[in-house]
Design a binder for this molecule. Structure first.
Ligand code: ADP
Length: 632
């Protein structure tokens, strides 16, 4: 079963190729780009979420540790004010003498030991140290003028003196808390306590906490990482730097800026800071920096939470997201391809089914057409058979009518033909009577013989005409071989007298004609041939058979004198003869042609160039199977 190829024709090649090209060339880079983009987005989101979570936990840590710093500072706040209660202190400040100084020195020494502070000392209103806990040490503050210190300047004015600085005598950093000592509403001196905060730093380091405390100038005064100590968290102008240098607050430290590689503000007091790694490698370390002001001081506590783990996690998330997207994309592409394959198969199946149904429809239509035309043909065949029957009947009638008409036409000739022998008979009979009377018996018997011959001739004429006029059975059955044999027998005497060479080249056939009629035709044709070859020293006769469709043609050819052109025109006319005297009636060919036509055949003549004459008798075959042509 063949299908209509047009059914499978999809879109035009140009249209079909374009999307495929786009898919092949643009899809992979697009997927890679999307994968990278999504991976990066996932990385950013994960980092953001991580930072938020970290900042929430960092907030608590910040609070906790800031409180720790505050309590560490506040622990000492009350100490300088305690000295107001000490009589010796106020006596020393109002009436400075050696006795009071010694008493205060001893007192301060004991107090300092108990409070675990670095030093406690008392200054008069001019800023000179009158007594100190470290009076025994070589680098004792005793007698030093510290009026330039800011904490003294604040405290002498009745304000709380808070100060971080590096000691000008010891060069040691410390936190100074100063308090103006009052007596009867008047400030008579300043009590100062210096504390060290290293304990805090050590605690941070032990807890692996990264944090620092920056003072009012933005200088880091406490740091878990010593490298960050005494660096400024914000850029310092040259003026500020000079002022700070002059105050000797930080001794001679250069106060470099703590410069992060990158700084990103994430919120109120929350920043992302990136520093070079401590090991001086190329690596960078990022921190979440959360800052909070410390109460009672202008200082700020900053907690640094490393973002390294977070970053690793964000990278992992990004990679996972990229890989997940790639997998999803591959799955989608595979699914899409499979869907297309299924769709193509379905389309092909549908097309095939459609083609099949179209074919079936066409077959049904054509079968119906064929049936209709078959019916029509059957009808036409019936009609033709009827027409043939009618025609045959009409033909028979016509032949009969023609024969009768010919007889009518011939009647004059017949009368003439018969009148001649009748006249001769009359003369001969009269003569014979006279010869008998005279006794001339020989002559009389000769006349009688002639008269017999004339009567025979007249009989032959009438017999021929009777057979011509008779409505015979035109559709008999004849054997060709038998007919030829019978003919040769009839003409036996003449054949014996002639020196004839007979060529039999035909096969026996059953022909649709009456056997006698066929013999009659053959007697006429072969007889004529023998007549024509009378003068021929080597007479030859060919009987050649040939089968054509539903007819059999027998060619009767001789090497006689042939027929001249004038005679050819009248051959089949009744009573036309070239034979002398009594020999020819001129009815043989006319009758033969008529008999052949009545049987549905024909008789025709040819004039071979080699000489002689050939008559072809064509007669319908009975539906006998064809037999191989064997010479008989
Ligand atoms: P008939 O034989 O009585 O003459 P036909 O009708 O048989 O009448 O023949 C008519 C004429 O046709 C003959 O007289 C003869 O001249 C010519 N004819 C017929 N057969 C042959 C033949 N085989 N060869 C030459 N002439 C022929």
């Amino acid at each position: 079963m063949k299908c209509d190829p047009t059914l499978y024709r999809a879109s035009t090649p140009a249209l079909a190729v374009k999307p495929r090209l786009i898919r092949h060339f643009f899809l992979p880079p697009l997927i890679i780009l999307l994968m990278l983009g999504l991976g990066y987005a996932a990385y950013l989101v994960s980092e953001r979420i991580g930072i938020r979570t970290l900042s929430e936990t960092g907030e608590r840590q910040l609070e906790l540790h800031a409180r720790g710093v505050e309590s560490e500072i506040s622990k000492y706040t009350y100490l300088p004010s305690l000295l107001e209660l000490e009589d010796n202190v106020s006596k020393l400040l109002t009436e400075p003498d050696g006795e009071h100084r010694q008493a205060v020195n001893t007192y301060l020494e004991g107090l300092n030991r108990r409070s675990r502070s670095r030093a406690i000392y008392v200054l008069d209103t001019t800023g000179r140290v009158q007594a100190s806990s470290n009076w025994r040490d070589n680098d004792s503050y005793l007698g030093e003028d510290l009026s330039f210190r800011a904490y003294f300047q604040d405290a002498v004015r009745g304000l709380p003196g808070r100060f971080y600085g590096i000691g000008s005598t010891t060069g040691e950093p410390g936190y100074y808390l100063a308090h103006g000592l009052e007596e009867r509403g008047k400030i008579i001196g300043v009590a100062v306590i210096k504390v060290r905060m290293e304990a805090l730093e050590e605690r941070w380091q032990r807890a692996r906490l990264e944090a620092f405390v920056s003072d009012e100038n933005g200088i880091i005064i406490l740091s878990s990482d010593p490298a960050r100590r005494l660096k400024s968290v914000a850029p310092l102008t040259p003026d500020v730097k000079e002022r700070l240098a002059r105050s000797l607050q930080y001794y001679w430290w250069p106060l470099n800026e703590l410069q992060p590689l990158a700084r990103e503000r994430l919120g109120e007091n929350v920043e992302k800071l990136t520093f070079p790694a401590m090991d001086n490698s190329e690596r960078e370390v990022s921190y979440l920096a959360q800052t909070r002001g410390l109460s009672d001081t202008p200082w700020h506590f900053t907690l640094l939470t490393p973002l390294q783990d977070l970053r690793h996690e964000a990278i992992t998330q990004g990679v996972l997201m990229g890989v997940a997207f790639a997998l999803l994309a591959i799955l989608l592409i595979a699914w899409n391809e499979r869907r297309k394959v299924i769709a193509t198969r379905l389309a092909a199946r549908e097309a095939l089914e459609e083609a099949n149904s179209q074919l079936e429809r066409k077959i049904t239509d054509r079968t119906a057409d064929l049936r209709a035309s078959n019916e029509r043909l059957k009808g036409q065949i019936r009609e033709r058979r009827q027409a043939e029957e009618t025609l045959r009947r009409a033909q028979d009638e016509l032949v009969q009518a023609g024969k009768l008409a010919a007889i009518g036409q011939m009647s004059t000739s017949i009368a003439h033909e018969l009148n001649q022998p009748l006249a001769a008979l009359r003369t001969l009979s009269g003569n014979t009577v006279r010869f008998l009377e005279r006794g001339a018996l020989d002559t009389a018997s000769t006349n009688l013989r002639t008269m017999n011959e004339l009567i025979d001739r007249m009989g032959r004429i009438t017999a021929s005409l009777r057979s011509f006029a008779r409505r015979g059975d035109d559709r008999g059955e004849a054997s060709l071989a038998k007919a030829v044999d019978a003919t040769l027998q009839v003409l036996g005497t003449r054949l014996e007298n002639s020196n004839l060479r007979l060529h039999r080249d035909f096969s026996d056939q059953k022909l649709a004609i009456d056997q006698t009629r066929l013999e009659q035709i053959l007697v006429n044709l072969i007889g004529n041939a023998l007549d024509a070859m009378q003068a021929q020293p080597q007479p030859e006769l060919w009987l050649e058979g040939e089968r054509t469709d539903d007819k059999y043609r027998l060619r009767v050819r001789d090497n006689g004198h042939g027929i001249d052109s004038e005679a050819r025109k009248h051959l089949f006319e009744p009573f036309f003869t070239t034979k002398p005297g009594e020999q020819g009636l001129g009815l043989g060919l006319t009758l033969s042609a008529s008999l052949a036509a009545a049987a549905g055949g024909s008789l025709s003549v040819e004039h071979p160039a080699s000489g002689g004459t050939a008559f072809t008798l064509s007669l319908p075959l009975l539906d006998a199977p064809s037999q191989p042509a064997e010479p008989i």
